[in-house]
Ligand binder design. Structure first.
Ligand code: SF4
Length: 358
């Protein structure tokens, strides 16, 4: 057997792309979605087998991983798969990306039972206008906000995913005020946080904010003393700066399951940066251990390559973590900002990463 490649610096492994169906149809979403089909018992058995293989794979190649991010499509169109992810990745922080429409009692019970889980819940503002690229009615928006409220009441940490576009940028400061008015205590405990992100495009036209709007938001953020903004003010300073360096590709790994692959062949594609699918490493099958060796080789070669070649310019919410890991945002401040960063194991990882990087 080939020597196993281990990347000790990996903090996050994204397990994404399943299901490829979503209960919303955001007009700025570039993901190729499929129509819904329920999973058969046999497919669920395969999902379990592939997730267990993914766990072994991650332990072998990325032994220091702290967070498993699970996203689709919308994970909760197959709640049983979310339950399996929570069961199998019980020793990690699990982040479940969701549109917030399905946070019911059963979902909350499973999240609470895990104990080291947080929701990354998409919300572009508190008004229908701000969410008009995502939701179809006030009723739908109310349901998402109810899901947020219920998650916080159940003491489940929530990271709000706010995509900044032309219809919500001018109201962003009012959104921040609204969060403070409703959940100041949760914000101060690090149970509710938000690192807003820029809209990205895979080449399709998108409703980008105008330069004047970006300038106004930049000025508003620079003058903000909100506990939502202040702990990560450097994140907002970097938001419209195209030259601000991003090093997420050094500490994140990706397993993108395309189509129904998690429930069928268990094949995944890995990218040096899975956030935007940049720098493909190759496609591998979890069922074929011999392919794990070729993954090892490809992955170790990929860390040696010059990433500047890709000239990527996106700005995702994880940039706030990038700024924390690189020491731009001090850990003492970051700990108060988001509860998982108070975990001793996570703090040790950050110390080790900073030592390896110095
Ligand atoms: S800029 Fe975007 S694509 Fe490039 S490394 Fe950062 S997150 Fe990945």
């Amino acid at each position: 057997m080939e020597e196993v490649y281990k990347n000790l610096n990996i903090f996050l492994v994204e397990v994404i792309g399943f299901p490829n169906h979503c209960s919303l149809d955001c007009s700025y979403c570039d993901w190729e979605k499929q129509s819904f089909s329920p999973l058969t018992e046999l497919e669920l058995v395969r999902v379990r087998r592939h997730l267990q293989a993914a766990l072994i794979f991650i332990r072998r190649h990325y032994p220091n991983t702290q967070v498993i991010e699970y996203s689709g499509g919308e994970p909760y169109v197959h709640p049983k798969v979310v339950e399996l992810v929570l069961e199998i990745f019980k020793d990690y922080w699990v982040r479940v990306n969701t549109n917030g429409l399905h946070i019911d009692e059963t979902a909350l019970e499973a999240l609470k039972a895990h104990g080291r889980v947080y929701l990354a819940l998409s919300l572009d503002g508190h008004t229908l206008e701000a969410n008009s690229y995502r939701v179809r009615s006030q009723k739908q928006l109310d349901r998402i906000i109810e899901g947020l409220k219920n998650a916080l009441e159940a003491k489940i940490p929530v990271a709000l995913l706010c995509t900044i576009h032309d219809r919500n940028i001018d109201g962003f400061v009012y959104f921040v005020d609204w969060l403070e008015q409703n959940w100041l205590s949760e914000i101060k405990q690090g149970r509710l946080m938000m690192a807003a992100h820029r809209m990205s495009s895979y080449g399709r036209p998108h409703p980008f904010p105008s330069p004047a709007q970006k300038q106004r938001m930049g000025e508003a953020m620079a003058g903000s003393s909100s506990p939502v903004i202040l702990p990560i003010r450097e994140h907002y300073e970097a938001m419209w700066d195209d030259d601000s360096p991003c090093t997420i590709y050094r500490w994140a790994a990706s397993m993108h399951f395309l189509g129904n692959s998690l429930a069928t062949a268990g094949r995944f594609t890995s990218f040096r940066c899975g956030m935007r699918g940049v720098a493909p490493i190759g496609e591998f099958a979890l069922d074929q251990e011999m392919e794990w060796d070729s993954f090892s080789r490809a992955a170790s070669l990929s860390v040696q390559m010059d990433f500047s070649f890709y000239r990527c310019r996106c700005f995702v919410d994880w940039r706030a973590f990038d700024l924390i890991f690189s020491g731009v945002i001090p850990m003492e401040r970051a700990k108060k900002w988001f509860l998982p960063l108070q975990d001793q194991r996570v703090q040790q990882w950050v110390r080790d990463y900073q030592k390896s990087d110095s």
